[in-house]
Design a protein around this ligand. Structure first.
Ligand SMILES: NC(=O)c1ccc[n+]([C@@H]2O[C@H](COP(=O)([O-])OP(=O)(O)OC[C@H]3O[C@@H](n4cnc5c(N)ncnc54)[C@H](O)[C@@H]3O)[C@@H](O)[C@H]2O)c1
Length: 402
């Protein structure tokens, strides 16, 4: 492809996943890191006209007043991941990206996320949603102009919002647009305001979180109306990834799953927010729902997520699967997954930016359902088996190979 600049605008730009993805991008560009963990670095994607790492420029929205360097340094000291030499080598670029991070929105984020916010967010506490959308769009336009980016991909990596209540919202974009114009109190969370701001400007929106984002029918319609695309939701990086690999095995061998118990413990900022039951409910919904859809019946299941501060970014998931085999014999599979949360998620964020950028350049609109393998709750896709989802991605890639 011609060497155009491509913007990645990250919501939650100084979080664990965001700062790791940003560092990874810079480190690969400098030749300091291999593309291990990146799906798009596989030979199956080599014939796609994907953007290269040196084409990307990063900016974003945040609510906390810290720096990318501090976020990475905390990961290094508290979680004992990342090489100090790599962070130091990228310090100048990280500082430059920091200067492109703007104040986000706290609408509908609840008091737990509100407590993370810095003083600069205070004057925006009562901002009506329409004004928020205009302000966010101003930031996006300014970023695109300043960096001369041909396209900007907006990726939501902000803290998980509480479960959104939006039963009274209109289903069509025209009506939702009118409501936003007329009312200062529309029950849309920040993730949806970010989605509207991006899609309305024709910029693709990726929701890597379980928050509502672009899932409402009216917002999905907006993407179509503006001829742009979106994908989501909630990155599938660890324990749920394994569920979507193992559950099809039980189904294919006609082994009856009696119960599936999943305990997750970790201690990063995401875990701190998810410790609030209102936020945890958003996450658990996605981690649990796929079992019934894959197996065709719903075994007894239990998902717990506990915040254990000393573990930092290291997540341990212990799953206990009780199943019945021939002649009614009960058996057990247990697994323990010990992954570093941000390091698992970051390469997928970069993959999504590349793949969505290509779709956008090729004029693909609406939900990008071929990206379902990246998500716990894939929008626009009923298929939850990982291998099938991955086959869909490969088929999409084969059709576009050059
Ligand atoms: N493996 C993974 O880490 C993984 C997998 C799937 C999904 N996710 C989701 O990705 C998101 C990011 O995870 P993380 O570990 O980086 O979390 P994090 O807490 O480290 O980072 C979130 C960042 O978002 C910022 N933020 C919160 N609300 C905001 C708002 N309304 N606008 C702008 N910024 C806001 C916070 O200040 C913080 O810097 C979470 O929602 C998480 O559930 C992560």
């Amino acid at each position: 492809m011609p060497s155009q600049r491509i913007g990645i605008w990250i919501i939650g730009a100084r979080g664990g996943v965001a700062s790791t993805a940003t560092l990874g991008l810079l480190a690969m560009r400098k030749g300091l890191s291999e593309p291990t963990g990146l799906v798009t670095a596989l030979p199956e994607f080599a014939r796609l006209d994907l953007a290269t790492w040196d084409q990307f420029v990063v900016g974003g929205h945040e609510i906390r007043e810290s720096t990318l360097f501090d976020a990475l340094d905390r990961l290094r000291t508290e979680s004992r991941v990342l090489e100090p030499a790599v962070i130091d080598a990228c310090r100048a670029e990280l500082t430059e990206i920091d200067s492109r991070i703007r104040r986000g929105s706290l609408t509908g984020c609840g008091p737990t996320i509100g407590r993370l916010a810095g003083e600069a967010m205070r004057p925006l506490a009562e901002e009506p949603p329409r004004d928020t959308i205009r302000r966010l769009q101003g930031d996006l336009r300014e970023f695109q102009q300043a960096t001369k980016a041909a396209r900007v991909i907006v990726v939501n990596l902000a803290s998980t919002e509480p479960v959104a209540v939006q039963s009274s919202l209109p289903e069509s974009w025209k009506e939702l647009d009118r409501l936003l114009e007329e009312s200062a109190r529309v029950p849309l969370p920040a993730s949806s305001l970010y989605a509207i701001a991006a899609l309305d400007l024709g910029m693709p929106y990726v929701n890597f979180t379980p928050s509502l984002g672009a899932t409402l029918p009216a917002i999905q319609e907006l993407a179509e109306v503006r001829g742009t695309c979106h994908a989501g939701q909630d990155g599938k990086t660890g324990e749920t990834l394994l569920k979507s690999v193992l559950a099809p095995m039980f189904a294919a061998r006609n082994l009856e799953v009696l119960s599936w118990v999943s305990h997750n413990i970790f201690g990063n900022l995401d875990g701190q927010v998810l410790d609030d039951p209102a936020h945890k409910a958003s996450k658990i919904k996605g981690k649990d729902a796929l079992l019934g859809k894959i197996l065709g019946y719903a075994p007894q299941s239990h998902v717990s997520i506990e915040f254990i501060r000393s573990l930092g970014d290291w997540k341990t998931a212990w799953d206990h699967i009780h199943f019945r085999g021939f002649l009614g014999t009960p058996m057990t599979l247990q697994f323990t997954w010990q992954g570093c949360d941000s390091l698992l998620a970051a390469p997928l964020v970069l993959d999504l930016a590349r793949l969505v950028e290509l779709s956008s350049r090729r004029g693909e609109t609406g939900v990008l359902s071929h990206l379902g393998s990246f998500f716990k709750q894939p929008i626009g896709l009923e298929e939850h088996k990982f291998s099938q989802q991955y086959c869909q991605l490969l088929a999409w890639a084969a059709e576009r190979a050059q």
